[in-house]
Design a protein around this ligand. Sequence first.
Ligand SMILES: Nc1ncnc2c1ncn2[C@@H]1O[C@H](COP(=O)(O)OP(=O)(O)OP(=O)(O)O)[C@@H](O)[C@H]1O
Ligand SMILES: [Mg+2]
Length: 284
Amino acid sequence: MSTDAGTTTHSMAAPGAAAAVVARGIGKTFSSRSGEVTALDGIDLTVAAGEFVSLIGPSGCGKSTLLRLIGDLDQPSTGELRVFGKSAQAAREAQDYGIAFQQAGLLPWRDVAGNVELPLELHGVGKKERAARAAELLTLVGLEEFAGHFPHQLSGGMQQRVAIARALAERPSLLLMDEPFGALDEMTRERMQTELVRICAESGAAVVFVTHSIPEAVFLSERVVVMSPRPGRITAVVPVRIAGERTEGLREDSSFFAAVTAVREALHGSGAIPTGTARGVDLR
Ligand SMILES: Nc1ncnc2c1ncn2[C@@H]1O[C@H](COP(=O)(O)OP(=O)(O)OP(=O)(O)O)[C@@H](O)[C@H]1O
Ligand SMILES: [Mg+2]
């Protein structure tokens, strides 16, 4: 865990606060007519409150499955999962989660503000308070002028920002994001990454972020969790320590490329940094 205070742009947990996620010996087996698939095996992972962790690995290694288990959208076959010291179900009931997936999943008949307000409406928050919160969130994601627009009037990147605003509506302490920028062009994607760093710093939420992009994982994360398929296991955890702000300039920095290389090597299994070691990539 990267607990060096002041070395990241993300807020850190208060001393003694429960970890956002503690997974111990998590396994998940799916049964189908063609047999059993072990999607996950022996997953041990702790995500601190306020920490940003990415999951990266080849297609089918169980990233989405792990995210779904954490979010109580499915149940593990083995092992124990705690979210802020509670069961995943209790965490869901306490509205600890904000969830954003690859498709923005906006309701086309609701305008932007209406989409952001939806989770609040479902939980009985009053009209005035909903409107105020939506306005605040749309400012946060830079869409304050688009509150009255409908999803089809927005670009893909703008739709994704609405989805992120919606995910933040109930002030979740844990954001689960599954390739949220996968469908975006490279320029928009980089802009969204910079915004996500800022939004997370402001909201203090912990994030578990699934991506196929090594530079994206390095730019965003305090730790990059590398997974291997069949069965899905964690093969390496690469800590990424950056002094100061994660801004655009970082992408041009030789230390950024060094971290990208470290993750790539971990992914390819050569020079992998074993799970649990303190050795990381120091970008200072
Ligand atoms: N509901 C399900 N029923 C049966 N098998 C499933 C189910 N969900 C996932 N699997 C299997 O579990 C494995 C992991 O799937 P998962 O979607 O978690 O992978 P992933 O790492 O997210 O892949 P990708 O990068 O392609 O999104 C795959 O072999 C998949 O076929
Ligand atoms: Mg997936």
